[in-house]
Structures are given as structure tokens and as C-alpha cells.
Ligand binder design. Structure first.
Ligand code: TXA
Ligand code: MG
Length: 340
């Protein structure tokens, strides 16, 4: 088994060296940790799919240290591309462009004529990419189907022995993956909600933006290919609980003969809890809850295994749309049903 090294932020050169050698190195971003490999090295990219257990028709994000690095591959930024890059890079916004034919391997693009590009805010990671001198592919560094990693420890849990190293720069800030905007079609469309909201994107573009794409039904083909796969799923069944339903939900939990995990706001956890309930504190607001969401799901998978998880709902606007998108996937869209 390969030994997975931990690189400190001062060791970007060593991490970059591994990338140049075709090895895999996980890296921090402001959203979640990614799994990096030289995007111009087909063998290295193939090993990313292998390490994650990811279906190979699901294309990868090309992660760059500067807009200039992306210019080798993008056919035409267009007016929209320039506007969004100026406003949001570096930051949690991934952009899909038509690529220059043959500039990227089909292993990266899944054979598509387009590719996803992202310039993360984390400076340590940008330094590593610049030192490697090549863009890196950057899917989230979790085993396929599991919650995305928001700490180096999460990555280590899923990837120990499978990758050469992890660049550890502490917990990520946002906690959910980047917003994906498709600029390869006539009208810009949001394919995945994230930290940058549809309103922010529309404002920067000076026109409205189609945000309906991520609401794909079970039988439709989603535009972000990855959205069709099982995601973020812990071993337990997750039930989403609306703010007004907690009294009934905790009452239901108390009647179960097994342990129930509860991911709720601090105020919900402040009262008396049933003896069979294990709690995970989501904080006092949406931002903190989003930051903690994947850590909470992993906590009840790896540290305190339970059969059920009750998790708090938020209104689906702004950042709440990104939070609920991930939570609904983890729950298979299942809500705690209040009996009236
Ligand atoms: O915040 C993030 O975006 C993180 C960090 C590590 O950068 N990365 C991430 O990568 O979430 P990943 O691979 O887990 O999600 C990328 C999504 C997938 O659903 C994939 O199907 C979609 O982007 N995608 C990639 N290329 C695409 C393309 N050309 N057209 C449409 N969707 C694409
Ligand atoms: Mg992912």
C-alpha cells in the first residue's frame, strides 16, 4: 500500500513535484477538498477515477492557478465569460466553456466538446498548481457517492493508501461545492447551485440566468452529468426536518429502538433530548450549517454510526438552495412527515 503523505502549506513544492510525477495529491479549496492530478497526463487522470471509484463518463473540473492557464484550452470566453471571471475568480464558481478541439484528453472531458474550469480561492493550492506548471483535474476528494470532504482528515479516511499526498490547509470555508454555470450554450444556465447565487450571477451578467437545470427529475438526463449519480449518501437513512416539525420529529426519534442522529441548530439541541438521540450541532445560522453539513453526515457514518439521521431544513433561496440541494441528495429527497 502506498503511504499517503501530509504536506503542510509550506510544502507546496513537494506536493507540486508529486503532481509532475503523475501522482495524485488532494488539495484544499474554499469549497471542499479536491483530488488533484496533472490534467495533461492521461494515466494520472485515469487513476483519479480509480481512486474515487467514479464512473468514467462523469467529466472532471480543470483547476487552474490563473485565468491565463485556462486560455490554452478555452475556444472563446465570450462576453459572459469575461464578466464572470472578472467578478468571481478566484472563487467558488466553475464555468463550462467550449474547448479548443483536441486540447484536453477525452479522459478529462468524458468525450464532451466542453469542459469545466475553476480557479479556487485557496492561495496554497494556487501556489501548488503554479509550481506544478500544469492545470490539475479536481473532483471532490471523496470516495464516489460519499459526502465531499471538508477537512484533510475526511480525505485521509477515504483515500489513505490510494494517493501520494494531501496538502493540508485546515478545514474549508464554504463547505459545499462550487456553483457551476454553463457558458457553452447561447443562454447561460446554472447546472449546480453553490456559494455564488443565481442573483449574483445574473447581476454580474446584466441579464437573467436559467437556474432551473439543477431541478432534474429522476427520468431526465441532467446537464451536469455527475448530478445523476448517487451522492453524499451516508449509510443511515436521512430524513429532512422542517423548522416547525422538530417537536414531533424528536418525539418520533424517542420511540425508535435504535440510535438516531440529529443534525440540528443549537437552539433545537438546547432542550431535553431523548436518551437514544446522538446530536451534531449545526450552529446558529445557514452559513455555519452549510460549513458543517458534510462533516455531520460523515460523523454519523464513521464515528457514531446510527440507522437514522434527522437533519434541519432551510428555505431554498440564496445559499439555502445549495444546502438543500446537497441535503436532499443525501436524503434521497425524504422529509420527516408530520402526522396531523
Ligand atoms: O467546489 C468544487 O467544484 C469542487 C472543488 C474540489 O473544486 N470540485 C467538484 O468536482 O465538486 P466534482 O467533480 O465532484 O463535480 C464537478 C461536476 C460534476 O457533476 C460533473 O459532472 C460536472 O461538474 N461537469 C464537469 N465537466 C462538465 C461539462 N463539460 N459539462 C457539464 N458538467 C460538467
Ligand atoms: Mg463530487
Amino acid at each position: 500500500m502506498m503511504i499517503t503523505k501530509i504536506f503542510t502549506p509550506a510544502e507546496t513544492k513537494q506536493a507540486a513535484k508529486e503532481i509532475q510525477l503523475g501522482e495524485l495529491v488532494a488539495f484544499p479549496t474554499e469549497t471542499v477538498y479536491g483530488l488533484g492530478a496533472d490534467a495533461t497526463n492521461e494515466q494520472a487522470v485515469k487513476r483519479v477515477y480509480l481512486a474515487k471509484g467514479r464512473p468514467s463518463d462523469n467529466p472532471l473540473i480543470v483547476t487552474v492557478s490563473s485565468p491565463e492557464m485556462a486560455a490554452d484550452y478555452i475556444a472563446d470566453y465570450g462576453e459572459f465569460g469575461h464578466k464572470l471571471i472578472k467578478e468571481f475568480w478566484p472563487g467558488p464558481l466553475t464555468l463550462i466553456f467550449k474547448i479548443k478541439p483536441g486540447s484536453l484528453s477525452p479522459v478529462v472531458t468524458g468525450g464532451l466538446k466542453t469542459a469545466a474550469f475553476r480557479m479556487p480561492a485557496n492561495e496554497t493550492t494556487r501556489k501548488m498548481i503554479a509550481e506544478a506548471g500544469v492545470p490539475i483535474v479536481g473532483p471532490s476528494a471523496n470516495s464516489s457517492g460519499k459526502p465531499s470532504p471538508t477537512t484533510a482528515q475526511h480525505v485521509f479516511h477515504d483515500m489513505e493508501g490510494k494517493i501520494a499526498g494531501i496538502l493540508d490547509d485546515g478545514p474549508t470555508q464554504l463547505g459545499v461545492e462550487s456553483t457551476i454555470v454553463d457558458l457553452s450554450t447561447a443562454e447561460p444556465a446554472i447546472l449546480r447551485p453553490g456559494g455564488i447565487t443565481p442573483d449574483q450571477v445574473a447581476h454580474a451578467l446584466g441579464q437573467s440566468v436559467d437556474a432551473s437545470q439543477h431541478k432534474v427529475g429522476a427520468n431526465e438526463t441532467p446537464k451536469a452529468p455527475g448530478m445523476k449519480y448517487k451522492h453524499y449518501a451516508p449509510a443511515a437513512q436521512v430524513l429532512i426536518v422542517h423548522a416547525n416539525d422538530w417537536e414531533q420529529a424528536l418525539n418520533w426519534a424517542s420511540q425508535q429502538n435504535e440510535k438516531v442522529g440529529v443534525m440540528a441548530l443549537s437552539e433545537t439541541l438546547a432542550g431535553d433530548l431523548p436518551a437514544n438521540v446522538l446530536s451534531y450541532d449545526m450552529g446558529n445560522d445557514l452559513q455555519t450549517a452549510t460549513h458543517r453539513l458534510f462533516d455531520g453526515l460523515r460523523y454519523f457514518d464513521n464515528e457514531e454510526p446510527v440507522n437514522w439521521i434527522l437533519a434541519c431544513a432551510f428555505a431554498e433561496d440564496g445559499l439555502g438552495a445549495a444546502y438543500m440541494n446537497r441535503l436532499k441528495k443525501a436524503a434521497g429527497d425524504t422529509f420527516f412527515e408530520k402526522k396531523s
